[in-house]
Design a protein around this ligand. Structure first.
Ligand code: UD1
Length: 421
């Protein structure tokens, strides 16, 4: 199994290209099931999660062609050959559940495995199911699978999500594009990935208004057609790499990055003493002060501080001046990186959903274990700033969401390599 070896060696300087967003792409790919015509996605990140979604779509009868070394994916769902998404694929990745809405809307029937829990929390799918039921779907849970049907087609309805869930918004939105009549989805998620999905669906002929706001209004149409869509930049990859020059006292330009996608993350960085400036090609990031200030963080839905950047921010706060509280409000068990950071000399106390971090002068390299996707990259950030060597094992988590991490950081001067461990 691969591991990543990092030797802390001072400031990172250079340019890092930002890939297309994994989470946007995982929302966009199932949209192919809504149309008989091809959907082409460009600016696709080359990640194992994207390969998993390709396999899932292929198992449903979609032809998937990867061009330009995987940067472009052409999907064609001429017919739905199979409407069962197996546990073997769905358990690998929760976003597999996104095929339910499109299958139901186009095909009238779907059997999709329940995703089950994952390391960061229980992550149920009740909001997805309730929303699709509001559109007239009948649901039965049998042997760990959701059996969903809409024999007479879906029907538009007014529905309010109990929480602005990203995945539930995507599933219900896609289903509503082919439902009869108007759907009004209240308390919808406002994340940039939702806005990107709406842009793509609209280019496919869907009638949707309100993206980026709390209410989505969808006027159902009879059919959608094919299109070509460029995947939005990955705001989480961007936020992660913004912290690399900050934690190492360097300066990096993120090419293809855009401040608008980052919500209150940028405000928190300013508060902590980080300079973030737009450039012609993206954004440039460096420290504004010698020592980073500790700042309190509370994760929230967009445009609040993203839960997917909480672990990386904790790594930065481990060497900040003073103490701060990091409160996680989106997932119930998302501090698994804390004990690993403590192995590197960090001072962290976790009580319930709050971690209190007191900055230390310098972290120290240690063997550590990646526990989930964002936790693994937080350990790499910490390792860049630490004295000595850090070996991060179980990096398959990292490969789900970060493309060529060692190349991108290595090009800025980091001593980082993939090793067999
Ligand atoms: C997506 C992102 C993930 C990110 C998260 C929050 C993808 C592929 N993943 O995940 O990286 O961390 O948004 O920004 O886009 N919940 C329920 N019932 C449901 C659905 C959700 O209780 O039916 C709860 C979840 O357990 C969690 C919270 O709602 O506590 C937020 O989940 P949600 O926004 O749905 O996250 P995902 O779409 O799974």
């Amino acid at each position: 199994m691969d591991a990543i070896l990092v030797k802390g060696n001072g400031p990172l300087r250079g340019r890092i290209p930002i890939a297309g967003a994994k989470n946007a792409c995982l929302g966009l790919m199932p949209a192919t099931l809504l149309s008989e015509e091809p959907l082409t996605l460009t600016n696709v990140p080359r990640l194992s999660d994207i390969a998993t979604m390709s396999h899932l779509l292929e198992s449903l009868g979609t032809e998937v062609q990867a061009l330009n070394e995987g940067r472009v994916i052409v999907t064609s769902s001429h017919e739905i050959a199979n409407d069962r998404a197996d546990y073997d694929i769905v358990r690998k990745m929760r976003a597999s559940f996104h095929v339910l809405g499109p299958l139901l809307a186009r095909h009238g029937h779907a059997v999709v495995s329940l995703p089950g829990g994952c390391a960061i929390g229980a992550r149920p799918v009740n909001f997805h199911l309730e929303g699709l039921q509001a559109l007239g779907a009948e649901m039965e849970l049998k042997d760990g699978y959701v059996h969903a049907s809409a024999p007479k087609g879906l029907k538009g309805a007014r529905h309010r999500l109990p929480f602005a869930s990203v995945g539930a918004t995507e599933n219900i939105l896609m289903a509503a594009t082919l439902a009869r009549g108007t759907t009004i989805l209240e308390n919808a998620a406002r994340e940039p990935e939702i806005v990107d999905l709406v842009k793509c669906l609209r280019a496919m002929g869907a009638q949707i208004e309100g993206e980026g706001s709390e209410t989505l209004t969808i006027e159902g149409v009879d059919r959608l057609h094919g299109t070509t869509h460029r995947v939005v930049a990955d705001r989480i990859e961007m936020g992660t790499y913004m912290l690399a020059p900050v934690i190492t006292h360097g300066e990096v330009e993120l090419v293809g990055g855009s401040i608008e996608l980052l919500g209150s993350f940028v405000e928190k960085l300013h508060e902590a003493g980080v300079d973030v400036t737009p450039t012609n090609e993206g954004i440039r990031v460096k420290r504004a002060a010698e020592r980073i200030r500790a700042v309190d963080v509370r994760t929230e839905v967009f445009p609040g501080f993203p839960t997917d950047l909480q672990a990386q921010m904790m790594a930065l706060m481990c060497t900040a001046e003073g103490s701060c509280a990091l409160e996680e409000t989106i997932f119930e068990n998302r501090f698994m990186h804390a004990p690993e950071l403590i192995r590197m000399g960090a001072k962290i106390d976790v009580h319930g959903n709050t971690a209190t971090v007191t900055g230390v002068e310098r972290l120290k390299g240690a063997p550590v274990m990646a526990t989930d996707l964002r936790a693994s990259v937080s350990l790499i950030l910490a390792a860049l700033a630490a004295e000595g060597e850090t070996l991060v094992s179980r990096v398959y988590h990292l490969d789900r969401g970060y493309e060529r991490v060692e190349e991108k950081l290595g090009a800025c001067g980091a001593l980082i390599e993939r090793v067999a461990a």
